[in-house]
Structures are given as C-alpha cells and as structure tokens.
Design a protein around this ligand. Sequence first.
Ligand code: SF4
Length: 428
Amino acid sequence: MSHHARHSPSRAKRDLVCAAAASREALLTPSPSGKAAAWGTDSHWILEQALLTDTPCTHINVPAEAPHDEFDPSDWDEKQRRAQFAFAYAQRVKAQAGGPVSIRAEERVYPGRWLGIFDDMDGSVDITIITAIMLEIVDYKSGRMHVPATDPQLKLYALGMVLEYYVEGQPLPFTTIRCTIVQPNGSDPEAVRSVDYTFQELYAWLTDVYSPALAASNGPDPVATPSEEGCRWCECSKQNTCRELATTALHQITQVEQPIDATPYLPEIGGLSDSELCKVLDAVPLFEGWIKNVTEHIFNRLNDGGTLPGYKLVRKRVGRATWTEKDDKKLRSKLKNKKLPIDVYAPRTVLSPAQLLKALADQPDKLASVKLLTHRPEGGLKLAPDSSSSPAIVPGSGAAFGITDLDETASTETPAQPAQSAAFSCLE
Ligand code: SF4
C-alpha cells in the first residue's frame, strides 16, 4: 500500500481549504486505519490483480499470503463484486474506443514536478486508460462517501500522468483528459461520474488555484481554517488537537463566544435571529464531525487502558449471531448434514430492486426493462439551503410534512454527501 506524502493528491482538498493542516498533521502519529479502509484496500488489491492479469475480479481468489498488513479475507465476494464494477468499466471503454487502448493499474505519479516539488506529492492511480484521443484517470471508490469527479485529487493524478507524455513545444498525444470516479456502492445513484478537461485547463488550475494554496501551506505561519470538508479527514480533528476547530464549532453552534474550557452555554432557540439560525444550520456538519472525533478520542483512550473521570466502557447489546463457518460451500454442506430441507436454510428469494439494479449495471438493456418493475416512493422532506439544486417544496401542496433529515452539504457545488451521524456508538 502507498505511503501518504505530506501533500499527496488524496490530501489536496484539505490543502486547498486549510493552510495549517499539512504542517500540523506532520507532527502527529497517524491514527490506525479503520476497518472500512482495510476493506477498501483489499478490494483495490483485487482490482489491481484483475487489471494486471486481464482477468475478471470474480476470478481473483483469496491470496495465500497477506498482500498488506490489515488484510482480511472475509467478505471476499463483495470486495470482488465492487472491484469488478471498475474492471468492467475499463473493459467497456476499451471495447468502445475503436483503436489501440492501453490500460494500466496502480501507476505512481508525481504531479508536484510541475511545480518543482520532487517529493512529498505522489500517489497511485487506480486505472489509467490511454486511447488515441484521450487520457482517462479512473479512481475506484469502494465506500459510500460521495466524491465528485471534479475532486482535486483526480486533477493532480491527471497532471502527474500527463508528465509522462509532455515534451515542451510538442502537442500531447491526446486532446482530452477525462477524470472518472467509479463508485458502485456510493450514496450517489450515478455510479460512474466523469468530467473532461483540456491540458490547458488543468494546468491553469494548478498554477492559479493549487499552487498558491500550497505556498500558503508551506509558508512560515499557515492559518488553520476549519471547514467540514477540510476537517472531516484531518488527523488534527481525529486526534482532537485543533483548537481552531473546537472553538469555531462551539461558537458557530451556540452563537455565543465562549472559552473552550467553559461549560458550553446554549442560548434559547426562540431568541436567535434568522441569520443566527442560518449560521447554526451551516455549522451542523462541522459540529457533528467534531463531536464524533471527541467521542472516538475518549473511547480510544479508555479502550487503551486510560481513564476519564465520570466515564467508563460498558458492553453494547449482544451482537447478531454469525456462522462460525465462513466458507459458503462448507456451510451449506454442514447444514445439509443436519438433514434440514434446503428451503429452510437457504430459501431462494428475489433480490431487492437496489441489489438487482446494481447487479445489472453493465447490462443496460436488462437494466431498463427491470427498472419498469420498480417503484421509487417520494422521499420525506429535509432542510436545504436556497442554493440547493433541488426544487423547493411548498407545505400543503400535496407533500407529506415532516423533517427527516438536514441536507447540509447541498450548498456547495459538489452533490450532497450523507450526513455524518452523531457518533455516540461507542458510548451507551
Ligand atoms: S482540524 Fe480543520 S482547521 Fe484544524 S488543522 Fe485540520 S483541517 Fe485545519
């Protein structure tokens, strides 16, 4: 697995919104990666092997030796299934290209070289597709968190890959540079999202937008600027070491200036002006993220044998029973030996619409005909800023009334991400 350079492309979003993040994170020991990250690493490994051997992901078996430290062979079928979606996408592009196509896996790129930076800014591109007219960078996302195709990570990957073909004064061998996200299990029903650029557009972004942000980040006194998209993945936020984030979150959510070490004072909601109410709603994602990180920080401390006056660890409710036999074939055989009828332990059931539509994602004809058999009920109501692209619902005009959610990210140019749930899962 790749190391994380101080300004790796995957951290570009953070560098763009918070100048202090890179230097402060460099002082911290990175938190261990969670189960979801390890799951994704396994699925990426399957995709890489499939691309290298030109074999469908479903034929990539559990390796005899662990390919990375957090390797976990469980859930292999699902890891294969999601990776196969990205593999099939690359195969489709190849089939439709109508000419020579090169598909490369896990290529290391160094976009910082455009700016004279020779380390601290490298990353690996999941899939690179080169046709006669196009360079396509494909980033496979195995998780649910929405990532737009305009993400700066992909722009840097693309610029890094262009370096391989760039000769000063000569035209590039392709006219279009496409950045694509393939996310089969994402919150966005659009599992493949692409955006096209010219090289000139990408280079202008690099010099006019990214380079100044990088200069501020590497300058003598970088400023910390809390924001949901910056702080969400920042190590300082995870380890609760960022005072600016804590005070901003508290101030924004309470609308009251208060020192970090005082008990928060919450004002009467009825006493808040319209603009204060808006600021509170704007701050919800930032505050939820901060609460989540504080809670995790304390949980980890107690879990490591530490203490916090007034708190202890207790058991959650007993979990759901799971099969001790993980191999499906062996499990079926063992159940069969119990003389149970197959319909009792493995009844044939129809997949849910979402499962079946996903399974048919690369068969457009069947997908369209099966879609006719489905019905999607209207969603409940949620709050959203005026800038949201969703049309406003007027209560009493036929829509059921009842707040079900807060669409907190719809004001940005990127599509809404799922709200972070208030994370009290480690406390009862
Ligand atoms: S937690 Fe947020 S404000 Fe603090 S350094 Fe990280 S990104 Fe910047």
